[in-house]
Design a protein around this ligand. Structure first.
Ligand SMILES: [Fe+2]
Ligand SMILES: [Fe+2]
Length: 283
C-alpha cells in the first residue's frame, strides 16, 4: 500500500466517457457524486477506530493512515469530475447530494462508531468486488473508444479499493471482536443506502438526457440500462456472497487483472506536478 499523489485533469473529459455506452457512463457518473460525502465519513470512522487501537497494532495503524490518505485523494479527484457534471446541467443533483451529506453527518453524529465502522466495512467489502468488475468484467470498458480521464479516475480508484481492502475489516474486528452478525448488518444497510442512491441518480441523469435530446429513443436506452445493471449485479452478487462467511479474510482475495499495472499507469500519467518555487521559476 502506498499514497499516490494523483491530480487528474478533467478539462478534456466527456460526460459520456464510455462513448458507446452512455447508460454505463451515467451510472458511474451518478455514483461519483456521493463519494465526496461518503469517503470523508469513512475516514472519520477509520481515524477514530485507529485511535482506539492498542499500541501493539502499529502495522494496522499505519495501514489506516495510508487508507485515509488514499480515500482523501479519491474524493478530491471525484469532486473535480463532479463539478464538470454539474456544469453540464442536471440541476437536481444538488438536492440529491445534500441528502447524502446530511445522511452521513447524521450517521456520524447520532449512530456512533460501531454503526459508522460497520458501514465502512460494508462499503469496503463491496470495493474489491466492484474493482474486479471494473478491471475485468465490464465489457463496456474493453472497447478501444474508452480513452478518457474519467475512465482513468475509476480504474485508479477501484484498484486502490482492492489494495486497501483489508483495512476496515481488520479494524472493525479488532475494535469489535465477535461482531460477525453486526458485520453482515453493516453490509446490508450500507449496500441498501448506497445502491438506492446510485440507481436512482443514474435514472435521474438519464431522464435529463432524454429531456434534452442527448439520448434519442428513451425506451431503447431504458432497455440498455436494465441490461447494463443486470450484468453488473450478475457479476457482483455471487462474488459478494462469498465475502459473507465468518472466515472471510479480504487479504486472500485474488487481485483483479492488471491491478498493479493500472496503478503504475495512473501514477505515470496523473501524478500532481509540483509548482516551481518563485526562486526556481526566476532562474
Ligand atoms: Fe475510495
Ligand atoms: Fe476504500
Amino acid at each position: 500500500m502506498k499514497v499516490r499523489e494523483l491530480d487528474i485533469d478533467f478539462t478534456k473529459a466527456k460526460i459520456y466517457w464510455a462513448p458507446e455506452d452512455p447508460e454505463f457512463s451515467q451510472f458511474w457518473n451518478g455514483s461519483s457524486t456521493f463519494l465526496p460525502y461518503l469517503e470523508p465519513f469513512l475516514n472519520k470512522a477509520v481515524r477514530e477506530g485507529s485511535n482506539r487501537l492498542p499500541d501493539d497494532q502499529a502495522a494496522l495503524k499505519e495501514d489506516c493512515r495510508i487508507f485515509i490518505a488514499q480515500e482523501g485523494r479519491h474524493y478530491r479527484n471525484h469532486a473535480k469530475f463532479n463539478q464538470l457534471l454539474r456544469d453540464s446541467g442536471y440541476p437536481g443533483l444538488a438536492a440529491r447530494e445534500a441528502k447524502m451529506k446530511a445522511d452521513y453527518d447524521r450517521f456520524w453524529n447520532e449512530k456512533g462508531l460501531k454503526y459508522s465502522l460497520g458501514y465502512a466495512e460494508g462499503f469496503e467489502t463491496l470495493g474489491p468486488v466492484i474493482a474486479c468488475f471494473f478491471l475485468e468484467g465490464a465489457r463496456e470498458l474493453h472497447k478501444p473508444s474508452v480513452d478518457d480521464p474519467t475512465a482513468d479516475l475509476w480504474r485508479w480508484h477501484l484498484a486502490e479499493e482492492y489494495e486497501h481492502r483489508h483495512v476496515c475489516n481488520y479494524l472493525f474486528h479488532k475494535i469489535y471482536p465477535n461482531a460477525y452478525w453486526y458485520r453482515l448488518y453493516g453490509i446490508c444497510y450500507a449496500g441498501r443506502h448506497m445502491l438506492t442512491y446510485m440507481i436512482s441518480t443514474a435514472f435521474y441523469l438519464l431522464n435529463e438526457d432524454y429531456k434534452s435530446g442527448k439520448i434519442k429513443r428513451p425506451w431503447l436506452s431504458r432497455l440498455r440500462t436494465i441490461g447494463m445493471l443486470g450484468r453488473l449485479f450478475a457479476y457482483v452478487l455471487p462474488r459478494l456472497v462469498k465475502c459473507l462467511g465468518p472466515r472471510y479474510d479480504p487479504i486472500n482475495l485474488p487481485a483483479p487483472a492488471r491491478c498493479m499495472e493500472v496503478l503504475a499507469e495512473a501514477e505515470a500519467k496523473w501524478t500532481r506536478v509540483a509548482k516551481p518555487s518563485v526562486s526556481a521559476a526566476a532562474v
